[in-house]
Write a protein that binds this ligand. Structure first.
Ligand SMILES: Nc1ncnc2c1ncn2[C@@H]1O[C@H](COP(=O)(O)OP(=O)(O)OP(=O)(O)O)[C@@H](O)[C@H]1O
Length: 255
């Protein structure tokens, strides 16, 4: 659906932020991007959302996009509902009022849909941002750190909205600071570093009890006679067999 090839970005005369990003986004994919502050995640998402142009490289495919920037910027006296109605009408959404009200209710917007946007907290403004991005059922949903600022209840709803989007055949690209959150929601996770994306292998959590040698480098935690390992998916069978042979009991294996 979208294919980025050798995408680079440089702001003015500064050092390039992106140097050669390769990324393929097929239909019904959920792609998570992690990376340190300033590594260029937001820059890449702005390019995907087409609010910024790359300095080099090519982008194939231009599906309709819904975009939530890292800070939803609307500061208006309009209510959340009036704002969404306005955007929906501009985009030709037919049942805009009902759709907007449904989305805001699902996201549990504090104060209800008639609250003026400029009075909303960061998290609640973020919910209006999510609603505007979903209003048109875009083929590509681009979410910049959508978990930041949301309360735990809204985290669950966001996970459902991402899953619903994938189920209707659309794709989602999001950034996250927490790799575990990214692995939980994405079908593939990439790490941004040195201006390029590298796929980050999913890890599997193995909890062992008992005792014996600990020959593994992947120890995540140790508590009394329990040992927790975070193991790359392709090593799970080998580590489990090894653990049993060394006298450990397997308490849990989870993604
Ligand atoms: N409009 C701009 N003009 C000049 N430099 C910019 C601009 N936007 C971003 N940058 C620079 O590009 C680099 C990457 O920024 P970007 O916001 O893409 O990183 P990020 O990975 O999203 O960071 P964070 O995790 O802190 O959100 C930073 O050094 C930043 O200062």
């Amino acid at each position: 659906m979208v294919r980025l090839h050798g995408v680079g970005k440089r702001y003015g005369r500064g050092k390039p932020v992106l140097t050669g990003v390769e990324l393929e986004i097929p239909r019904a994919a959920v792609i998570g991007i992690v990376g340190t502050n300033g590594s260029g995640k937001s820059t890449l998402l702005r390019i995907l959302a087409r609010v910024s142009a790359p300095s080099s490289g090519t982008i194939e495919g231009a599906p309709p996009v819904g975009y939530v920037p890292d800070r939803f910027p609307a500061s208006t006296r309009m209510s959340a509902l009036a704002y969404l109605r306005h955007l929906g009408r501009m985009s030709g959404v037919s049942d805009v009022d009902a759709r907007a009200a449904r989305l805001l209710e699902r996201l549990a917007l504090a104060g209800g849909p008639r609250t003026p946007i400029k009075q909303l907290s960061k998290g609640n403004a973020q919910k209006v941002g999510l609603a505007q991005a979903l209003l048109t059922d875009p083929d590509l949903l681009v979410l910049d750190e959508p978990w930041s600022g949301l309360d735990p209840a809204a985290h669950g709803v966001l996970g459902e909205l991402i899953a619903d989007t994938r189920e209707r055949g659309a794709s989602v690209v999001f950034t996250a600071h927490d790799e575990e959150v990214a692995q939980q929601h994405a079908s593939r996770v990439f790490r941004m570093a040195d201006g390029v994306l590298r796929e980050s292998a999913p890890t599997v959590r193995i909890v062992l009890r008992g005792g014996g040698d600990v020959p593994w480098t992947e120890v995540a935690a140790r508590d009394g006679d329990q040992l927790e390992l975070a193991v790359p998916a392709e090593r799970v069978d080998k580590v489990l067999l090894d653990a049993l042979q060394r006298g450990w009991s397997v308490l849990a294996v989870a993604r």
